[in-house]
Design a protein. Sequence first.
Length: 347
Amino acid sequence: MLKTSGYAAPSARAPLQPFSFERRDVGPRDVLIDIRYCGICHSDLHQARDEWGGAAFPMVPGHEVVGVVAKIGKKVKKFRVGQAVGVGCFVDSCRKCHYCKMSEQQFCENHVSFTYNSTEQDRLTPTFGGYSKQMVVDENYVLRIPPGIPLQRAAPLLCAGITTYAPLRQWGVGKGTRLGVLGLGGLGHMAVKIGAALGAEVTVFSRSEEKKKDAKRLGAARFLVTANAKAFEDHQQYFETIIDTVSAKRPVDPYFELLKTDGTYILVGVPEHPLELKAMPLISRRRKLVGSLIGGIAQTQEMLNFCARKKLAADVEVIAMREVNAAYERLLKGDVRYRFVLDLATL
Ligand code: NAP
Ligand code: ZN
Ligand code: ZN
């Protein structure tokens, strides 16, 4: 086994703290990654505080991982030592089912080994995430970071990037369409950049005017404050697609009315508490409410290549490892522009 260190939540109510643990030895198809940066996703906070239930402790969060290949197993074909690589939300899956064969491993019918707060394919060995120095991952679950994207700005693409790219592609966001983005946080700001790069007219919905200037800089054509009732009246049946990235419970049906007939409401935010909604706004215009979960390996690579081609990356605030607990508090307040990224060199 390989000794490494990181930060872990010891329980749902305790702050994260330094933690020593072991990774498996590098197997024939494994890649050893020296982690350079890891993004802080709101899902890390939800899970470290057990807001979704079923959390396993100690928990080393982190699924927006970038680093450099330090060692490869004998049979590794896809990577070489020194290459910039990334790891997203899962590190293994059954590889045999319909969805694994389609490279949609996040929907594996047997067992997805999520990057942390989960287990390996044996369903016993816990997985530990990217708030750590090193990671050992099968080459089939590792992504190439294309040259041209600074590593710290690439990290959030591994979750925030793919989580927004996948449904925007799925639901036909592009030239001649109007996209609404709810919540301008980590996912929201990537939805704006990607939606604009796909050619859509993007409108941001945010709780205050604070982020208006940023929204425009990120590529939004328009900006609306969610408390502004008039804005809702003026935008009835305006959008083909809305993507909801909000991390907390609040009303969703007022936004359904902003969708055209057959419009699509994409829910990616996962609040702790159940959402409530009125049926009629959905039914009356055959609108769709759809969910979406991250994305598979093939599409994650496609997204990374797309971002490199379009010169897109996340807007980040790089922080030291010891600042992680303070960063969680700021994340809760919406005080982040637009993703915290941990610098593992500070560990
Ligand atoms: P984030 O950076 O904290 O952004 C969430 C945004 O939601 C905030 O910036 C804020 O935007 C808005 N918001 C927060 N609290 C609100 C409230 N009480 N009322 C209204 N708006 C509020 O979080 P994130 O990392 O982007 O993640 C967003 C959500 O997506 C989380 O629930 C996360 O777990 C989930 N997620 C899902 C997937 C998936 O595969 N489906 C993947 C990753 C993350 P404004 O300040 O602009 O109002
Ligand atoms: Zn995430
Ligand atoms: Zn499978």
